[in-house]
Design a protein around this ligand. Structure first.
Ligand SMILES: N[C@H](CCC[C@H](N)C(=O)O)C(=O)O
Length: 267
């Protein structure tokens, strides 16, 4: 007997997600094949990831994020903003919230124009990687690699990202890789293109990725707020740098848009 699954589709700067209202906890989170199918752009709905919104006894809701490969991911910044917008659409929250995600509690608020300010976890610091760039954990693992001026648009992010993700350093757990070009003139944004683990391809934008880029950019003279431009749109990151090199009060700020809702047949 086939059943239908009611879903919503959201996107934040072009990073897109299937959102399921799973407050009744009927979705089997161990069904990786189903998540993969729903995220399939030819046979399913199509998305970079899938998110369950669930009830939680101590928070407004819990966000359970899966990568498009069907496996539970770590934190997703664009998905986090979309989940906040979805929670408001469902009437679970109004304009401010405290919710739980894979990397711990998050606070967020929604502006009148729909912009979501999402507080990220404090970040302990960054690690130098020889001949590669820096590594930071912003809820998900990220390499930040600075590119020479004028080279980002032509870069083969898929091939270069894949080589690092499956290279010796990261093969086992994988990593996301952000390729970055510094602003050509003051007031212009940092440009970012990201290869995402779990999607195993370039996505139009990655929220934890631009967060990592903004923090890394502070070592190259960038000050909060940092403006970032991804192929899918613009984001802002604000933060405070501590004397020990850690980062606190980290916020990812940007849009979260509902695109459509529908039903899909599932076996
Ligand atoms: N797109 C997400 C990142 C998902 C993280 C995932 N790709 C992983 O590390 O497994 C974001 O906006 O932060």
């Amino acid at each position: 007997m086939s059943t239908t699954l009611h879903f919503h589709k959201y996107q934040g700067t072009g990073n897109d997600f299937v959102m399921l209202d799973d407050r009744a906890e009927t979705f089997d989170a161990a069904d990786h094949a189903l998540v993969r199918h729903l995220c399939d752009r030819r046979r399913g709905i199509g998305a970079d990831g899938l998110i369950l919104l669930r009830n939680h006894p101590e928070y407004d809701f819990e966000m359970v994020y899966f990568n498009a490969d069907g496996h539970l991911g770590s934190m997703c910044g664009n998905g986090g903003r979309c989940t906040v917008a979805f929670a408001r659409q469902l009437g679970v929250i109004e304009t401010e919230t405290r919710f739980l995600a894979a990397d711990g509690p998050h606070e967020a608020r929604i502006d009148a124009d729909g912009t979501v300010h999402l507080r990220m976890q404090d970040v302990a610091g960054q690690q130098e990687l020889e001949n590669l760039g820096v590594f930071l954990d912003t809820g998900s693992p990220h390499v930040v690699r600075l590119q020479a001026a004028g080279t980002l648009a032509e870069l083969n992010v898929f091939a270069e990202g894949r080589a690092i993700r499956y290279g010796e350093l990261f093969r086992e757990k994988g990593t996301n890789i952000n390729f970055v070009e510094a602003p050509a003139a003051p007031g212009q944004p940092w440009q970012v293109r990201t290869y995402e683990r779990g999607v195993e391809d370039e996505t139009l934008s990655c929220g934890t990725g631009v967060t990592a880029v903004a923090l890394a950019a502070s070592q190259h003279g960038a000050t909060s707020p940092v403006h970032l431009r991804t192929p899918g749109g613009d984001l802002r990151v604000t933060f405070q740098t501590q004397p020990d090199g850690s980062f606190q009060h980290v916020y990812l700020i940007g849009p979260a848009t509902r695109v459509f809702e529908g039903r899909i047949d599932v076996a």
